[in-house]
Design a binder for this molecule. Structure first.
Ligand SMILES: Cc1cc2nc3c(=O)[nH]c(=O)nc-3n(C[C@H](O)[C@H](O)[C@H](O)COP(=O)(O)OP(=O)(O)OC[C@H]3O[C@@H](n4cnc5c(N)ncnc54)[C@H](O)[C@@H]3O)c2cc1C
Length: 498
C-alpha cells in the first residue's frame, strides 16, 4: 500500500527506504517526486492526515483544528504580534494556500547565486525546474466569471489610476471561485501538491506516503543520520499513539520554515547560529473598504488580482475571507467597529499590501518565533496601505478601514495621509504573514548558512533540507512555486551524489 494512515499502523512500525522525506508539503512533495523519478525508494512522513476535497468543511473552526499547524494559533512575537498560519496534512500549506503562482524573480535568483554562492539557482539551471512546477500545477489565470466583485472592484480602481495591475496566475485550473481556499479546496479545483507532485511520485511505484506520523527524534552515527523516530498522531483526538522508526541512506527535512529549524535544534543537528538564525515573513496587512453596493467578498477567486509594486518593495493583492474567518482574524481592540464590519460584510471589499522584507529581523528557536518589523519595511507597508486606499476610493468605496488597530475609517482620498502617517508603530498595524522563510538558509559559507548550495546541512553527510527554510533572503513574491523548484533542485542534487 503506498498511502498509509493512522488506522493502518500497528503499535510500532519500522520502515526502510533509500530516502526519507520529513514533511509532505510543497518542498517535501517535489523532492520526493524528484527522488522517486531518479529510481530511489522514498518514504514521506507527514504529521497531518490524508485529505480528500469532499472532506473539507467550509468552517474555519474545523479547518484550524484539522489542517492548520498549532490549530491556527502559530504566531511570531516582537515589536508586534503576527499570526503566521501554516498547513498541516499531506499537501502541507498548499492545502490552505490561495494558489497564487509566481516564478522566482530574476533579481532574487541573481542575489542568491552571486552573493550566497547558490550555484544551482541560475536562470539556466533553476528555470527548467520552475517550468516543471508551472506545468505540474497547471498554472492558469482563472476566467473573469469566477473572479467576482471583490477582485473586479480592485481591478476597476487600479485601472482608473493607471496602475500596473494584473490577474494573478494560479495553480487552480478547476477553480470555480467559491472563495474558501484557506479552508481546504472542496471542489478539487486547486492543484495542491497532494494532487500533483505526490501523485506523480506514487505513480513511480517507489514512493510511500505515511500520514499521521510526526517525527520527533533523529539518530546519528558519526557524520550520518541513520534513523528518525516519532509517534503516530490520532487524527480524531490529536493524541500521539504508537511509535515508528525509519532507516534510510538519505534524509530530507522539509517540515517548513518553522518546524525544520526546530527539529534540527531539538536534536542537536545544528546550533542556533545557523538553524533558525534568520526569519523572513512577507509581512502583510488586511484592509477593508465599504462600497455602496454589495460586494460579498467571501465569493469569487480567493486572491485573483494584484498591483505590481516590486520596485517599491510591496505588492497589493486582493484576498477573500469567510465571515467566520474575518471575525476571528480581526484585532479585538476594534470593538464596535468589528461588529459593524461583520454586520455589513456584504458591502466590504478586501485587499492589502504584502512587503518584500529587507530590514526586519527575526528567528526561530526550539520554543517559538520572534520577528521585529524593520523601519524600512514598516514604511513600505504604510506606503502600500496608502496606495491600497487610493485604489479602493478610485473604485467607488465610501470608507476604507486602514488595518491600523483602533483607527477610524477613512472617508475620502484627502484623508488618507493623515490616517496612515509614516510614524504608525509596528505594534499598531494589523499584521499577518503566511510566508515564513529563510530560517536555515543555504549558501557557500558554513559560517553564514545552515546548508550548502545543494541543500545539505553543513557537517552532515546525508542530511538535506528542502523547504522555504533554505531561501537565503526574502523572496518578495508568493513562494510556493520557488519552494517546489527548490525541492526538485535538492532532489536532483541528491541523485547526482549517488
Ligand atoms: C494561508 C496561506 C496562504 C498561502 N497562499 C499562498 C499562495 O497563494 N501562493 C503561494 O505561492 N504561497 C502561498 N502560501 C505559502 C506556501 O503555501 C508555502 O510557502 C509553502 O507551502 C511552503 O512549503 P514548505 O514545504 O516549506 O512547507 P509546508 O508546505 O508548510 O509543508 C510542511 C509540512 O511539514 C509537516 N511537518 C512539520 N513538522 C513535522 C514533523 N515533525 N513530522 C512530520 N511532518 C511535519 C507539516 O504538517 C506540513 O504539512 C500560503 C500559505 C498559507 C499558510
Amino acid at each position: 500500500m503506498t498511502r498509509r494512515a493512522f488506522a493502518d499502523y500497528g503499535a510500532s512500525e519500522r520502515w526502510t527506504a533509500d530516502a526519507c522525506v520529513i514533511g509532505g508539503g510543497a518542498g517535501g512533495a517535489a523532492t520526493a517526486c524528484a527522488l522517486a523519478e531518479q529510481g530511489l525508494s522514498v518514504v514521506v512522513l507527514e504529521q497531518g492526515s490524508h485529505w480528500h476535497p469532499r472532506q473539507f468543511q467550509q468552517d474555519a473552526a474545523w479547518a484550524y483544528r484539522n489542517i492548520y499547524v498549532e490549530q491556527g494559533a502559530r504566531s511570531a512575537v516582537g515589536n508586534g504580534l503576527i499570526p503566521v498560519p501554516g498547513g498541516r496534512g499531506v499537501g502541507g500549506s498548499t492545502l490552505i494556500n490561495s494558489a497564487i503562482a509566481f516564478r522566482t524573480p530574476l533579481p532574487v535568483m541573481r542575489e542568491w547565486h552571486e552573493h550566497h554562492g547558490c550555484e544551482r539557482i541560475t536562470p539556466e539551471r533553476f528555470g527548467p525546474k520552475l517550468d516543471r512546477v508551472w506545468d505540474t500545477l497547471r498554472v492558469v489565470v482563472n476566467p473573469v466569471v469566477f473572479q467576482r466583485n471583490n477582485n473586479l472592484v480592485f481591478k476597476r480602481g487600479a485601472d482608473a489610476l493607471g496602475l500596473p495591475g494584473q490577474w494573478l496566475a494560479r495553480s487552480a485550473p478547476g477553480c470555480v471561485g467559491c472563495g474558501v481556499c484557506y479552508l481546504g479546496c472542496p471542489t478539487g479545483g486547486k492543484f495542491s501538491v497532494d494532487r500533483t507532485f505526490l501523485v506523480e511520485a506514487l505513480q513511480t511505484g517507489r514512493c510511500e506516503v505515511h500520514a499521521d506520523c510526526r517525527v520527533d527524534a533523529v539518530d546519528t552515527e558519526g557524520d550520518k543520520v541513520v534513523a528518525v523516530r516519532g509517534r503516530f498522531i490520532d487524527p480524531t483526538s490529536l493524541v500521539p499513539g504508537g511509535g515508528f522508526e525509519v532507516r534510510a541512506r538519505v534524509f530530507v527535512v522539509a517540515a517548513g520554515a518553522v518546524a525544520t529549524p526546530q527539529l534540527l535544534l531539538r536534536n542537536g543537528l545544528a546550533d542556533g547560529t545557523t538553524a533558525g538564525a534568520w526569519l523572513f515573513l512577507h509581512p502583510a496587512t488586511g484592509m477593508l473598504a465599504r462600497f455602496p453596493w454589495e460586494i460579498r467578498p467571501w465569493r469569487g477567486v480567493t486572491q485573483g488580482y494584484f498591483v505590481d509594486r516590486w520596485e517599491r518593495g510591496y505588492l497589493l493583492q486582493t484576498y477573500t475571507a469567510s465571515p467566520d474567518q474575518t471575525y476571528v482574524g480581526m484585532p479585538f481592540s476594534l470593538g464596535d467597529q468589528l461588529v459593524e464590519i461583520i454586520r455589513d460584510l456584504r458591502y466590504m471589499a478586501m485587499a492589502g499590501p504584502l512587503v518584500h522584507d529587507e530590514d526586519s529581523r527575526g528567528g526561530v528557536t526550539a520554543q517559538g518565533m520572534t520577528y521585529f518589523l524593520g523601519d524600512g519595511d514598516r514604511r513600505k507597508l504604510l506606503a502600500g496601505m496608502r496606495e491600497c486606499s487610493e485604489v479602493f476610493f478610485a473604485a467607488g468605496a465610501t470608507e476604507v478601514y486602514p488595518g491600523i488597530v483602533g483607527a477610524a475609517p477613512i472617508r475620502s482620498v484627502a484623508g488618507i495621509d493623515a490616517a496612515i502617517p509614516d510614524d504608525v508603530a509596528a505594534r499598531q498595524i494589523y499584521l499577518y504573514a503566511s510566508h515564513p522563510m529563510g530560517t536555515c538558509r543555504m549558501g557557500a559559507d558554513p559560517a553564514t548558512s545552515c546548508a550548502d548550495p545543494d541543500g545539505r546541512v553543513w557537517g552532515w553527510g546525508n542530511l538535506y533540507l528542502a523547504d522555504t527554510s533554505l531561501f537565503p533572503t526574502s523572496l518578495g513574491v508568493n513562494p510556493q512555486v520557488t519552494t517546489m523548484a527548490m525541492g526538485l533542485t535538492v532532489g536532483e542534487a541528491i541523485g547526482e551524489r549517488g
